[in-house]
Ligand binder design. Sequence first.
Ligand code: PMV
Length: 352
Amino acid sequence: MKDMQTSAITTIKTAWRCPSNIAIVKYWGKYGNQLPCNPSLSLTLSASFTEVELTLSPKTSSEEVQLTYFFEGATNPKFESRIKNYLLANKQYFPYLNDYALSITSTNSFPHSAGIASSASAFGAIALALLDAAYTLTDRPRDHVFFQEASTLARLGSGSASRSIYGGYVMWGEDAAIANSSIELATPITHIHPNFQDLRDTILIVEDEPKKVSSSVGHSLMNDHAYAENRFKQAQERVSELIQVLQAGDINRFMHLAESEALTLHAMMMTSNDYYLLMKPGTILAIEQLLEFRKETGIPVCFTLDAGPNLHILYPGSVEKEVIQFIETKLKPTYKSLIHDRMGTGPIRLVD
Ligand code: PMV
């Protein structure tokens, strides 16, 4: 949205909603400027999202980056300085920083204390809004190049955010079967079998405290990890296999890959030089109950984990009733609250 006059510096507003995503094959380990040591593949969610409103107005100070940032109505100096550093490091993409002051307001659909990784949706929404303003100022159409650039810019803020720019199943990194796949930006996977087109993700909030070890520390611990090279190779092979599985509709293989990836990610943490443990008793209890439930009923339901204790329970929409009933009865003692999410279609621009 641009004000009436086009020549002088004017006020520009834009707003984007960007969903979170859950990796099936995990990105864990990075190098250089936010480049992944292995490819990853995730499911973009729908109900868990961040909304960002960006306003550009004429600068009133000589600061290199003039920024105010509000999260859910309050200042948040820690995240504000993370965004400021991000803008300073990537200034060449946003030439308007010389003339404009930025005001960003951000909200999450999920409770702040839910312990859900929010950097993917947050940096996805921020990158989309920042780039959108640059496109408005230069009168460019928001075509597929816009989304490719947004994915690259989101990656520079938080690696997993690169994948949130697209809906459905999205990979980041290189795979021979996916044309133009890249370590710099994410690529959506097409020709997904109907078995995977209505996937649900019920998130068990087992713990809502902020995690003890940040993802960036976790990534850095892969630098001198005894099993790193094997892990990177394994993830590369698993992304190739998962693409085939998603296109062929092989639910059993999908469940095996998802669960093994979750446990492998946590095994990497437990076997780092500075070892640590993010699973809680409730996480393990819920996993054991879930495996038993699947064995007894044959219902296709599996779990995955992010870098935290909260269990993501994945299942097709066709078994929703049975799975929710199981969660709300058998798993009740293991969680504080639930988020019912599902596969989503990607970011939305919230202004005309
Ligand atoms: O995007 P980051 O740096 O917060 O790392 C995310 C890493 C995992 O969530 C554990 C895995 C992934 O691929 O999303």
